[in-house]
Design a protein around this ligand. Sequence first.
Ligand code: KDG
Ligand code: MG
Length: 450
Amino acid sequence: MTDTTTNPAAPVPGAADTGAATGQTSGRPDTWASADRGQLIERAEVIVTSPNRNFVTLKITTADGVTGLGDATLNGRELGVAAYLSEHVVPLLIGRDASRIEDAWQFLYRSSYWRRGPVTMAAIASVDMALWDIKAKVAGMPLYQLLGGASRTGLMAYGHASGKELPELFDSIREHQEEGYRSIRVQTGVPGLESIYGIASNKTTEGNEGVRYDFEPAQRGAFPAMEDWDTRAYLRHVPTVFEAVRNEFGPELPLLHDGHHRMTPLQAAKLGKSLEPYDLFWLEDCTPAENQEALKLVRQHTTTPLAIGEVFNTIWDFKDIIRDQLIDYVRGAVTHMGGISPLRKTMDYAAMYQVKSGFHGPTDISPVGLAAQMHLGMAIHNFGIQEYMQHGPQTNQVFQQTFTFTDGYLHPGDEPGLGVSLDVDEAGKYPYEQAYLPFNRLADGTVHDW
Ligand code: KDG
Ligand code: MG
């Protein structure tokens, strides 16, 4: 664990005694008089730990000793967010009123002048999450109650089945069903390609025996691993896989697939169309969505539902594609969209267009981020599905969690707050280890989207 706390308990700003807004005076934190001085932020610690993988967590403590946790993990760029938090955010938090969540969010977003971007928004997200955790603990309620109460009894979750060849894939689907999953993402190898996105290592390989294993793309080491890619081979192969899966598992099982940003608009349109007979729940990230116009072309050619947005940072990234009804599912993560507050706004906006949630839930969303998403998913009306890759055993020892996964449905539990606590001693056993996501090269050596 790396504790990069820069501000030990700082004195509460005296000007707050006036009962008026203090404004920005000579280097003092901007805060207002709090009705309850016990809610002023006394400590904020940035905790970097690497049990099964790297995680960045913000822990905020109020004068009353109430603590809140926020997830700031940005896969492969963790220390960038840790430094942003320690150097630029933690000093602004000390002495602020923890109960003023929206004000803290707006202050961090607007006062920095430089807006958006994954580093900034992951840092702001962690503050937002931690403050909601504190507010719910002070209220004595699980967070979903504060967000409006439960709209459902549980969250349908999907897991990641994969296999290089069909027999392994079928085994993996069956294993997921045995664990309770009722919706399944399907990724396979492509003939001629050595290693590609989404295929878990074989459980029976050395070191993995007996271990439940979902695909974990970040690999420890000083340089990203190289994978190979050929879109034409992929487009030829994927429909045959879904045909085989439908023949084996029948028409009912909801199936998902992640294109992981690799296709041109025309290729994506072609894939969507060729998958229509297999009735996918969604096709994810069919194109790299910087060019959002691309989705118009895809939409003109296929009725396969589209999900996008795991790399988006703000409601602005979703605004036009929701308004133009180019997507069906919002793949944003609480951790990368600036927190619970802005993702809630995005989902309320999406509801006007019948667009539902499909929050990003791979293992690089920490247990804290996952819990925050579960509470939000419980409360909103337009919940769709929750991605759920299971964290490893060491991670689950560092982060104690109250959520349940029963018969394919997640529930965040009913403890006050988010329902996650962090064992600092356990976290300390796992110092940060450099790790990167892989990258792609085509046969001629060109770097391709990964
Ligand atoms: O950090 C990158 C991963 O979270 C991403 O590759 C996982 O695409 C992903 C998914 O849909 O879970
Ligand atoms: Mg994805």
